[in-house]
Design a protein around this ligand. Structure first.
Ligand code: ARG
Ligand code: ZN
Length: 889
């Protein structure tokens, strides 16, 4: 069934293409069962590489004819290649005609149908599922696209660039002709045809140009596009202001689709979005959804420069566009947040995400550098490492050269490379060259180890104070653990932002030995050796170090601080990130001690009083309090342990949560009352912070009440669930009931389903909430299995599959890791079932087992058995095979 074989592609084997495709004219006769594609390409040989045949990529296509300069030519098909030996030396025209079957395409890569409309997804290698092509990012062509389809069924016909012409054809059909003036790689091609409606907005940018912005969705979803449109406008304004990067198209289109493998896609001028990353109304989307939509709209828009105008030479360079664009969307979100505290909340959320997803990746079977050295299936490398660690790497450039220096580096990058397909080295060189003599430029080669070494560096910091000499010596040591294929690592360049506090919490001036005077109370040390000491002079008293402020490098920090020192930071650190970090470390220390000793967790008065002080604090804002009072995630806790017993971790976290709920009961009740939002709904940082804290308080109150058999708070939660004026409050109240396994959870779940029947994104939340319910006596697992039979459940829609199956396997460790191995059996079944439909989604689910080797018994053996069962399947996709083989290696 599957053609082709699993070959390992290596970065060092990169060769420039033997031919360039300069222009391509595509004609589509769109029919769901069989779409006809005609492609006319202007091709020339690349004289810089050895003479060879023309080899085009093509998958799942039906080839109808091949003409060179209008004449037939001999060719052969081998695996996924169409090979033409006799291609001329002089420039020529190649015409190919083929068909494909969009309706049968369940992989959602290439051209497919969803809800009766046509959509495409070409990144990374989907274009070859539409027509034969040099489907690689360094081949950039100018596209003209002619779409023909039934007018009644597909009134809207879209492709990249500008609309040249549209009109009627015979037999109820119509056409549209599009032209994109910017040469682009095939992965940025897109077409959409369907019965869609658009929200439109005309804007004039700073540069005085007029643009038409359109957001296309299904009929009925138009009211849910206002937030996306506002986010798009804010993104355009921000990129012009911060990086002087203007919108380069007269028309910028965004389209929503329900069946989509990822969040969204930056096709030139025609971004395609998963509806979950686009549609929002206060009644159906949470504050977190509004925030996520804003950042994804921004991310895709920012790709127009970082990704589209300057693209990747090959897929190993993926982080060139993804790491940089994530960095840009994170900076945008921070700038939108406005207040320093709201900025810190953004940073904390980003780091929490990095630690929950990227750190485990970096210590598991799939550990790979930000710029991978090899892959079997490139779709497996759209990872937290490439995206989120990649973004941290870009942030370190900015930390090392300063904000203005970074902007100058970006300017030089575009001056040098606009219109090109380049590498991570080109980016590094541009930032370095724009900042001669900087801490980056003098260490560029060592800095670039961030691209080549996998694994999260461990940074150990120890200080010693000499009262007589009034000096404080800070010794920093680094080491990076071995990862698959990389036994030994060299020291990395680690920017360590820091401050020193007195035990009373005052910031101390920072003067290094050899300096004439103190340079403020915060600075960045650059560690570039395995071990280095820094001596601070004129230090009046033994300080408490506040290290790695703002999480200045993606490392694991061991600062050896005592509880007392962490409490000082929690109370006084001027760096909000480290203040939050202190709260997490205090919790982590207690949870880890319980897990390691096997003794039941008992929270001490010092910790409880510290948490009470945070909750009652007069100045801290609600969003920060909610983050500080939320216990570390179970995945992050597992990262700290050599042997992982998911049940022990869960038990310790649950015990801590319950004790916090009990000990602070009156404080939670006051916080709940004090943080009600009276004003009309807006998803801004202030309101959403208040709602987040109120929801946490409510969850704690319901948990405490359920344990003590009290019915007042569950009753109030049910009432709030019924009366809520927005989805954040409604889902918050529902989650409080469900997480506590309160009796009222059942009627509330039923009511929620009835209320939102037919709204697929909300029904996804309904499934997800149940899939993530903290385990109690096997009930959560049993419920997921039962929900697999629900009439609303389907494996075919990625959002729905994720909402139930991934919620269990990825985000509900205690329900998933069972002594009877039933969770792993379920996982194996679902990976195989999904693989037959959609390899990309199956492969993502397969990754749940990345860290099986660190599991305690009996989980470890059972996990291996389940992975081996998947690996034994003959017909696996390359996607899943690569994951399970790496897991078993
Ligand atoms: N470039 C898209 C984005 O980050 C994501 C594409 C993901 N593609 C894939 N094959 N997984 O905006
Ligand atoms: Zn991206």
């Amino acid at each position: 069934m599957r053609e082709g074989s699993a070959t390992l592609i290596r970065r060092e084997d990169y060769l420039a293409p033997a031919f360039w495709i300069r222009t391509v004219d595509l004609t589509f006769d769109l029919e769901p069962a069989k779409t006809l594609v005609t492609s006319k390409m202007q091709i020339e040989r690349n004289s810089a590489v050895p003479h060879g045949p023309l080899r085009l990529h093509g998958e799942e296509l039906n080839l109808l004819r091949v003409l060179i300069n209008g004449d037939s030519v001999s060719f052969r098909q081998e695996g996924h290649e169409l090979i033409i030996e006799g291609a001329p030396d002089a420039d020529f025209t190649l015409e190919i005609r083929n068909s494909c079957a969009p309706e049968k395409n369940t992989s959602l890569s290439g051209l497919y149908t969803s809800g009766g409309s046509f959509f495409t997804q070409c990144e990374a290698e989907g274009f070859r599922r539409i027509t034969y092509f040099l489907d690689r990012p360094d081949v950039m062509a100018v596209y003209s696209v002619h779409l023909r389809a039934d007018k009644a069924k597909y009134p809207v016909l879209l492709s990249n660039g500008n609309l040249l012409e549209a009109g009627e054809l015979d037999n109820g059909r119509h056409f549209a002709k599009w032209h994109d003036p910017f040469p682009k790689p095939s992965y940025l091609f897109a077409l959409v045809a369907g019965d869609l409606v658009a929200r439109e907005q005309r804007i004039r940018t700073r540069a005085g140009k007029d643009h038409l912005l359109q957001v296309f969705v299904r009929r009925g979803d138009l009211e849910k596009t206002e937030h996306a449109m506002n986010s798009l406008i804010a993104s355009i304004v921000w990129d012009e202001a911060r990086f002087k990067l203007p919108l380069d198209l007269e028309r910028f289109m965004v389209v929503g689709v329900s069946d989509f493998n990822m969040g969204a896609m930056e096709n030139k001028g025609l971004n395609i979005f998963n509806t979950s990353a686009l549609l929002a109304s206060p009644a159906t989307a949470t504050d977190a959804d509004f925030h996520r939509i804003e950042s994804i709209v921004a991310h895709e828009y920012f790709h127009n420069w970082t990704g589209n105008r300057v693209t990747c030479r090959d897929w190993f360079q993926l982080s060139l566009k993804e790491g940089l664009t994530v960095f840009r969307d994170q900076e945008f979100s921070m700038d939108m947040a406005a207040t320093p505290s709201a900025r810190a909340v953004c940073r904390i959320q980003d780091v929490r995400q990095l630690r929950a997803m990227q750190f485990p990746e970096d210590s598991g079977a799939m550990a790979h550098p930000v710029r991978p050295d090899s892959y079997v299936e490139i779709n497996n490398f759209y990872t937290a490492t490439v995206y989120d660690k990649g973004s941290e790497v870009v942030r370190m450039y900015q930390t090392l050269v300063g904000r203005a220096g970074f902007e100058a580096g970006m300017k030089l990058y575009f001056e040098r490379h606009d219109g090109q397909a380049v590498t991570c080295d080109d980016f590094a060189q541009a930032i370095a060259d724009a900042n001669p003599g900087s801490a980056l430029t003098t260490r560029l080669d060592a800095f670039k180890r961030w691209y080549s070494q996998a694994g999260t560096p461990h940074l150990q910091a120890r200080g010693s104070y000499d009262a007589e000499a009034r000096t404080y010596t800070l010794t920093l040591k680094q080491s990076t653990p071995a990862t698959p294929g990389q036994a030994d690592k060299l020291p990395q360049v680690i920017p360590v932002a820091l401050g020193l506090l007195t035990h009373e919490g005052q910031a101390l001036p920072l003067q290094l030995q050899g300096e004439a005077a103190a340079a403020g109370t915060e600075r960045v040390l650059v560690l570039d050796q395995a071990e280095q000491s820094f001596v601070f002079v004129e230090v009046a008293s033994a300080p408490v170090p506040s290290l790695l402020r703002g999480f200045s490098a993606p490392v694991v920090l061991d600062d050896g601080l005592s509880d007392a020192e962490l409490l000082t930071l929690l109370k006084h650190d001027s760096d909000a990130f480290n203040r939050w970090e202190a709260s997490q470390r205090l919790a982590l220390n207690r949870i880890l001690a319980a897990v390691r000793s096997g003794a039941p967790l008992v929270l001490d008065a010092a910790y409880i009083e510290a948490m009470r002080a945070v909750l009652r604090h007069a100045e801290l804002d609600a969003a920060f309090k909610e983050l500080a009072l939320t216990l570390p995630g179970e995945a992050y806790i597992a990262e700290q342990l050599d042997v992982v017993d998911p049940q022990a971790i869960h038990a310790a976290v649950e015990a801590a949560r319950l004790q916090l709920a009990q000990a602070l009961a009156t404080d939670w009740a006051e916080a709940y009352e004090a943080h009600q939002v009276k004003a009309g709904y807006a998803p801004d940082p202030v309101q959403s912070g208040r709602r987040a804290l109120a929801n946490l308080a409510l969850a704690m109150l319901v948990l405490n009440a359920t344990q003590s058999g009290d019915s007042v708070w569950p009753g109030r939660a049910y009432q709030r669930f019924k009366d809520a004026g927005n989805m954040t409050d409604r889902l918050g109240a529902l989650s409080a009931l469900v997480a506590a396994h309160a009796e009222l959870a059942e009627p509330a779940l039923a009511r929620f389903h009835a209320l939102f029947k037919g709204d697929e994104l909300v029904i996804d939340k309904w499934f997800a909430l149940q899939g993530r319910t903290p385990e109690l006596d096997g009930k959560s697992f049993a419920r997921v299995k039962q929900l697999m039979q629900h009439p609303d459940f389907t494996l075919k829609n990625p959002n729905r599959a994720r909402s139930l199956i991934f919620s269990l396997c990825m985000f509900n460790p205690a329900a998933f890791h069972r002594k009877d191995a039933a969770g792993y059996v379920f996982w194996a079944e679902q990976v195989l079932a999904l693989d037959a439909i959609n390899p990309q989604i199956a492969s993502r689910l397969a990754r749940v087992m990345d860290r099986w080797t660190v599991l305690a018994e009996p989980y470890r053996s059972a996990a291996r058995e389940a992975i081996a069962r998947v690996a034994a399947k003959a017909d696996l996709s390359n996607d899943v095979r690569e994951i399970v083989e790496r897991a078993l290696a």
